[in-house]
Design a binder for this molecule. Structure first.
Ligand SMILES: Nc1ncnc2c1ncn2[C@@H]1O[C@H](COP(=O)(O)OP(=O)(O)OP(=O)(O)O)[C@@H](O)[C@H]1O
Length: 307
């Protein structure tokens, strides 16, 4: 694991996350991030949205100090990445595919891993660590499963255990890489409620998701990415039809209902459904033929079924 080089880091205190002009180039020469700039204030949830390969995971890796920056600066709660990591400020909930589920480990041990940064090098658990694990498992509703092997759980239960690990860590910045993939609607709602509670506690959350329909429901802000940042800011200003078209191009499934398909009368308004294969984003009330203009704030009202 390579840490971000110190000279490119910043001590800006203005934002929870402050990413400025960040570029990441992999060893094979692939420039996965190119001059990415955005900020995320404390007490907010920001969606990170983009097509496969647009650099979302790379951005998380940069925030976790796993890849060096080819340029730019990252500030986390006003600290350079290395210092924020040393202080255990950043918790990461990885994509399921990144985890070896055959590794024999109990649920409670996974959550205890969140406490490692608070322990000394002998990793002696104290009452405080056990209490943090108990409370985190309770909070995600997984206390009854604590003695189960992690590999025996369902996809949604595994996600909740990794969320519990982030809670036990007491991270102030929580990075969630596609937390809704493979989870049912009930678990999705539980996760969203938990994220809202964490927001109320003043934490900073960055959530990568292909679940477009849920973004306006719980994210205050959105960052649309395709190697560089296409749009960033409050959801109602950034999560618009034209910006989504920009971010996804022809990749996004796009349905427009209007005319006799939707109305019995001569109502001109249309319903536009944009989907990246997970829960769709629904835009009401765009006039016919007006697809290029920023849409009304999405309601996320369509209860799209899980895959
Ligand atoms: N270790 C690596 N070495 C070289 N290139 C890589 C490496 N990891 C990722 N890439 C490339 O960098 C680009 C961004 O990948 P990244 O995994 O960040 O995308 P993503 O937005 O997270 O995609 P997804 O939605 O599929 O998870 C892609 O072109 C990918 O092929």
């Amino acid at each position: 694991m390579t840490l971000s080089p110190a000279p490119t880091e910043t001590t800006d205190t203005a934002a929870g996350l402050d990413v400025r002009d960040v570029s990441v180039v992999y060893r094979n020469g692939n420039r996965a991030l190119d001059g990415a700039t955005f900020s995320v204030p404390p007490g907010s949830i920001t969606a990170l949205v983009g097509i496969n390969g647009s650099g979302k995971s790379t951005l998380f890796k940069a925030l976790m100090g796993f890849v060096p920056l080819a340029g730019g600066t990252i500030g986390i709660m006003g600290l350079p990445v290395s210092e924020a990591l040393r202080r255990n400020l950043v918790a990461y909930v990885p994509q399921s595919e990144e985890i070896d589920w055959s590794f024999p480990v109990l649920v409670e041990d996974v959550v205890m891993m969140g406490r490692y940064g608070h322990m000394n090098f002998l990793r002696m658990t104290r009452a405080k660590d056990r209490a943090a694990v108990d409370s985190a498992l309770e909070r995600v509703g997984m206390a009854a499963y604590r003695k189960r092997q992690i590999g025996e759980l369902s996809g949604g239960q595994k996600k909740r255990v990794f969320l519990a690990r982030a809670l036990a860590q007491e991270g102030q910045v929580i990075l969630l890489d596609e937390p809704f993939t493979g989870v049912d609607v009930t678990t999705e709602k539980q996760i969203i409620e938990l994220l809202k509670a964490l927001r109320a506690e003043g934490r900073v959350m960055l959530v990568s998701t292909h679940n477009l329909g849920s973004v306006p429901e719980f994210c205050d802000r959105a960052v649309l990415i395709n190697r560089s940042i296409l749009a960033e800011g409050p959801t109602e200003q950034t999560f618009t039809h034209s910006n989504l078209q920009k971010a996804f191009g022809g990749v996004l499934r796009h349905f427009v209902l209007g005319g006799q398909d939707l109305h019995d009368d001569d109502d001109e308004r249309q319903v536009t459904v944009l989907t990246d294969d997970e829960r769709p984003f629904v835009i009401y009330g765009e006039a016919r033929g007006d697809t290029g203009k920023a849409g009304a704030p999405g309601t996320g009202g369509a209860e799209g079924d899980k895959r």
